[in-house]
Design a protein around this ligand. Structure first.
Ligand code: 5RP
Length: 238
């Protein structure tokens, strides 16, 4: 398979959200450690990264992916994908976010892949977040918080969120509940203001029936490549 040309790099100015995603997806190539497996997240921004990754695919053995969708896209472009269990450590994990705050804490899961994203992030030395500037917040909670749950616990977990002042809704795919890559359900919780992401993640993670809460505080970003009209801004949190 020959290497397709990279999409044109948009020049800074008044850029669309899609162009900002292309910009940061391309910029993330600088963080891919040549000769090593790379952790790959999920979502429209990561898709831009995957498209750019093709240009260095002969310099890396391949990727560990966080979703069926990313695995399919990687393989379709000729990039090998290995199961997370087959690779002990990853030098870098590259993924998007629904929100990111000033400390690199994030809300993730808009693409329903939060559990596998947290798993791959946990075996990576460095998390590089790629996001457009609309994702930057001072306090997490504006974006509805995704929480993957075991089906038989979903009603109780919704009541527990209500007791915290949140409004949890089942994520739907058409007229049926969405089923994740792991065969579980997803709640989206509105109305939360997450001022202490570490404490919040620790607390919700131990509720029986919660598979994964979409706050990434323990697996926060170390670097964020933020797409702005002035170009890519590099935020460092380590
Ligand atoms: C998927 C995610 C994504 O990283 C997040 O939803 C951002 O997606 P996008 O790049 O499409 O805005 O957490 O579960």
């Amino acid at each position: 398979m020959s290497t397709p040309p990279l999409p044109a790099v948009p020049s800074p100015g008044a850029l669309t959200q899609d162009e900002l995603k292309t910009l940061v997806g391309r910029a993330a190539l600088d963080y891919v450690v040549r000769g090593q497996w790379v952790g790959v997240g999920t979502g429209s921004t990561v898709n831009k990264f995957i498209d750019a990754l093709v240009s260095v695919r002969h310099e890396i053995p391949g990727a560990v992916s966080s979703s069926v969708a990313s695995t399919e896209r990687l393989r379709a472009l000729g990039i090998a994908v290995r199961d997370a269990n087959e690779v002990e450590r990853l030098a870098v994990y590259i993924d998007g976010a629904d929100e990111i705050d000033g400390k690199g804490y994030m809300v993730k899961g808009g693409g329903a892949a939060l559990t596998r994203e947290k798993i791959v992030a946990a075996q990576s030395d460095r998390f590089v977040c790629i996001a457009d500037a609309s994702k930057q917040v001072s306090v997490l909670g504006k974006f509805p918080l995704p929480v993957e749950v075991i089906p038989m616990a979903s009603a109780r977990i919704m009541r527990q969120f209500a007791a915290l002042g949140g409004r949890a809704a089942m994520r739907m795919a058409g007229d049926k509940p969405l089923v994740t890559d792991n065969g579980q359900l997803l709640l989206d919780v509105q109305g939360l203001s997450i001022s202490d992401p570490l404490a919040f993640e620790a607390e919700i993670s131990q509720w029986p029936g919660v598979v994964t809460v979409g706050v990434f505080a323990f697996q926060r970003a170390h670097i964020c490549l933020l797409g702005t009209d002035a170009g890519v801004q590099t935020l460092r949190f380590d």
